[in-house]
Write a protein that binds this ligand. Structure first.
Ligand SMILES: Cc1ncc(COP(=O)(O)O)c(C=O)c1O
Length: 378
């Protein structure tokens, strides 16, 4: 098995320049493949104290293609730096889209991923908006599976976190005049992660941003392009500096309707009804958002997708955020100007807790997957 993988990896490596010479690189592939896929080989790792940071693993997947969408055969190679032209489209004009997914290890040592075809389709839509070609759904999903399996030993023990998967599509061909790059690179790297916000499933404190906006109608807020994320750093850093966990954005026209948080969608509960901002092109169509809507409806909740004003949110019984990184995270307080509202006296709300458990037991293979969302890697 190891030899077979090594040979196939070597036969596809002729165009790579990862760590200087090809010989050095082939040694790196051989070294990595000689490690077993066993968690025992990572004995020194403190799985209980993982945050959400990058920890390089053994392999990444790389595939190159042209503007017309003709992709070469992709391959696994040792995790390492890329070499790109200073005039690469992504460096100069921000041509890039990415995805975020997670793989979980079950108690009986199976590896599961969640709705990967949804991420593939979102990347295709985002690439179209950014004038880029994208891999088709099967190629995307197959590459995700291969990358996770090659890094299997880095999937944390069950209950201790997950392997975060980062598919990335960037314009790597050189371009000077403003135009789509002539060449693209699709790559996937992974990193074991723990909880996103410090403190696990504990309520977070959000600050409503009333001056800066994340997205405007007709812009790119609805796609997962890299260029949406640098602009939120400033507001996020300011909020964190003032003791908040993250920023809640409002619509760019009336400054009145809630959009989303820097990297997650938002929901409110009032009485027996759950509401979340509708998808109108300015917020990301989160896959966790979509799954929570379906899960909540299947449990008898009424869920509305509609404009949600900040005043309504402040008067809600319960508020929570959803996203691959944050999963389902309760909101403990929201501050809008001088008005600070606390929910459930800062404790985890009943609906947030119920939906968190419903989603995570499904993703971790503990509950029955009635929706056919979970994919086992073999
Ligand atoms: C801006 C933004 N909103 C929402 C989400 C949640 O999306 P998903 O549930 O697909 O992870 C993310 C994270 O991917 C995000 O970056």
């Amino acid at each position: 098995m190891t030899e077979e993988r090594l040979r196939s990896s070597l036969s596809h490596n002729s165009t790579y320049h990862v760590r200087g010479s090809k010989v050095q690189q082939l040694h790196a592939v051989a070294d990595a493949l000689n490690q077993t896929s066993d968690l025992d080989t990572l004995e020194g790792i403190d799985w209980d104290n993982f945050g959400f940071g990058l920890r390089p693993t053994d392999f990444m997947f790389v595939m190159k293609g042209d503007l017309e969408g003709n992709w070469q055969k992709g391959q696994l190679r040792p995790f390492g730096n890329l070499e790109v032209s200073p005039s690469a489209g992504v460096l100069n004009y921000g041509q890039g889209v990415f995805e975020g997914m997670k793989a979980y290890r079950t108690a009986d040592d199976r590896i599961l991923i969640f709705r990967p075809e949804e991420n593939a389709m979102r990347m295709i839509n985002g690439a179209e908006r950014m004038s880029m070609p994208a891999p088709d759904v099967d190629t995307f999903v197959d590459a995700v599976k291969k990358t996770v399996l090659a890094n299997k030993r880095w999937v944390p023990p069950t209950g201790k976190g997950s392997l975060y998967i980062r598919p990335l599509l960037i314009g790597t061909g050189p371009i000077l005049g403003l135009a789509p790059a002539p060449e693209y690179t699709f790559l996937i790297y992974v990193s074991p992660v723990g909880t996103y916000f410090k403190g696990g499933l504990s309520p977070i404190d959000l600050k409503v941003e009333t001056y800066f906006h994340r997205a405007a109608p007709g812009g790119t807020g609805g796609v997962k392009t890299i260029s949406n994320y640098a602009p939120v750093l400033k507001t996020q850093l300011m909020a964190k500096g003032n003791g908040y966990s993250d920023v809640l954005y409002l619509d760019a026209i009336e400054n009145k309707y809630v959009e989303e948080v820097s990297s997650c969608n938002i929901f409110m509960v009032k009485g027996k009804v759950i509401s979340t901002p509708e998808l109108a092109g300015t917020i990301l169509p989160g896959i966790t958002r979509k799954s929570i809507i379906q899960l909540a409806r299947s449990r008898g909740y009424e869920v509305n997708e509609r404009p949600v004003s900040v005043d309504e949110l402040l008067a809600a019984d319960e508020v929570f955020c959803t996203g691959t990184a944050v999963v389902v995270n309760p909101v403990g307080s929201i501050t809008h100007g001088t008005n600070r509202v606390q929910y459930n006296n800062g404790a985890v709300g009943r609906v947030s807790q119920e939906l968190y458990e419903a989603l995570t037991t499904l993703q971790m293979g503990v509950s029955k997957d009635e929706f056919d969302w979970v994919v086992e890697l073999v």
